[in-house]
Design a protein around this ligand. Structure first.
Ligand code: UGA
Length: 454
């Protein structure tokens, strides 16, 4: 099938590339000419394992192209995906101006050429608040176009950064929402190769489809904030959050995923989508108490390590050097949007500390550019050099098998803060560290006793 994808951000580029991989002819549209030049060479503007290889393969096979000409693409394509950004407005609501601008231009092109064009389907892939599809239908109707000429379909995206290609080909479900059976049929056909792997395709109303994406993300965020609170209770009671997660997860009704405690969730989705959902409900005169609490817990969790560091190093962090392992909001991505590392580093710099950070993919942080007390090192060992404490923020594989003896020998003081449960308290203790392992063990206060008795 011939398809067009408008917007070459995360969702658009992955979707377009994977549909091309399945044998479709895909044109990805973007209005940024510098970006188009990079894309046409098969290079992804962001780090996503496996993406560039697939782009190159499909470009060479003539199945994937990048262009600024949306009219030409819409002329060819029977299905047009809108995958532009929906960033938060200052109020927290999703900014839909890009979605509407793209939809207006496509719909008016179709209206001008409706005699020659056949049936077209306009699909929203971007995460859009419930009601957006109905607004698009109203725009279509206002142009005198019918459901038989242009169907509006909602098809939310559930893929995760870092595992996006795998998620595209192995989705838990495909959600399609529309009032047009023909529209649903055509988009379902595109996903047919995945259906053979028994992927359930859920056909529903456009409102349900739109809301399902927010519901899923808000629920996953709820699981994370819940386990983070349990970790905080574990720390105060001597219970072990790793075992709590395991025990809870073994209950099929709960499920074992998204029960890893950490320094709060980040990224471009959970923070934005929980906020937008709260705002949407607020506008409808409904207060979403659970989701509001999830956000509040997450905000608190991000800077949770600061009091722990103060316990280790004293109230005054001026001149102390802190090693930060991991800047990305999670492993296998170079994305630092809403990353907990930024909150932790900002607070440390405010308190006069020096920060030596390292990340396998993030090589610059615009927020700290020009800040003398902040530097990015080439390795975990270089980051730990002369550090008073080390904080493991993102659980990259590269930090899972550190030579702890080498790390401790680089450092000035033996404090290790593991915010992702990568190391066991025993392993850290054996290496000589006084450690805080989230929700499991905290031997920081033993340092003073030990050093006094030395
Ligand atoms: C999330 C959803 O998982 C996807 O299904 C969805 O399509 C996507 O948002 C989106 O709306 O576009 P993503 O933001 O890529 O995907 O990342 P996740 O893997 O969900 O992680 C989000 C954050 O939660 C990260 O900071 C991660 O470290 C944190 N997290 C995740 C935990 O702290 N604990 C966990 O158990 C899981």
């Amino acid at each position: 099938m011939d398809i067009a994808v408008v917007g070459t951000g995360y969702v658009g580029l992955v979707t377009g590339t994977c549909f091309a991989d399945l044998g479709n002819t895909v044109t990805c549209i973007d209005n940024n000419s510098d970006k188009l030049a990079v894309l046409n060479k098969g290079q992804s503007p962001f780090y996503e394992p496996g993406l560039s290889e697939r782009m190159t393969r499909s470009i060479r096979a003539g199945r994937l192209q990048f262009s600024a000409d949306s009219d030409a693409a819409v002329m060819q394509a029977s299905v047009v995906f809108i995958a532009v950004g929906t960033p938060p407005l200052p109020s927290g609501e999703a900014d839909l101006s890009a979605v509407f601008a793209v939809a207006d231009s496509i719909l008016s092109y179709i209206q001008r050429h409706k005699k020659t064009l056949g049936f077209r389907v306009l699909v929203t892939k971007s995460t859009v608040p419930v009601g957006t599809g109905q607004q698009l239908m109203a725009k279509r109707d206002a142009l005198g176009l019918s459901d038989d000429e242009v169907a509006i379909v909602s098809n939310p995206e559930f893929l995760r950064e870092g595992t996006a290609i795998h998620d595209f080909f192995h989705p838990d479900r495909i959600v399609l929402g529309s009032s047009s059976e023909a529209g649903l049929d055509l988009v379902a056909q595109l996903y047919h190769p995945l259906y053979r792997r028994e992927t359930p395709i859920v056909r529903t109303s456009i409102q349900t489809s739109e809301l399902s994406k927010y519901a899923a993300n808000a629920f996953l965020a709820t699981k994370i904030s819940f386990i983070n609170e349990m970790a905080n209770v574990c720390e105060r009671t001597g219970a072990d959050v790793a075992d709590i997660s395991k025990i809870m997860g073994l209950d099929g009704r709960i499920g074992r995923y998204f029960l890893h405690p950490g320094p709060g969730y980040g990224g471009s989705c959970f923070p934005k989508d929980t906020q937008a959902l709260v705002q949407l409900a607020e506008k409808l005169d409904y207060s979403l108490e659970v989701v509001k609490a999830v956000e509040a817990v997450n905000d608190r969790q991000k800077a949770q390590v600061i009091p722990q560091l103060i316990q280790a190093l004293g109230d005054d962090l001026t001149g102390k050097t802190i090693a930060i392992l991991g800047l990305a909001f999670k492993p296998n991505t170079d994305d630092i949007r809403e990353a907990s590392s930024l909150v932790i580093i900002t607070e440390l710099l405010k308190r006069g500390a020096r920060v030596q950070a390292v990340d396998p993919e993030v090589k610059r942080v615009p927020l700290f550019e020009g800040v003398a007390a902040f530097s990015i090192k080439e390795s975990a060992y270089a980051a730990a050099n002369q550090a008073d404490a080390l904080v493991l923020v993102t659980e990259w594989n590269a930090y899972r098998e550190l030579n702890l003896t080498k790390i401790i020998s680089c450092m000035r003081l033996p404090f290790f803060f593991d915010l992702r449960n990568v190391y066991t308290p025993t392993a850290l203790k054996q290496a000589g560290f006084f450690a805080y392992v989230i929700g499991r063990s905290n031997t920081i206060s033993e340092f003073e006793t030990t050093s006094q008795s030395d």
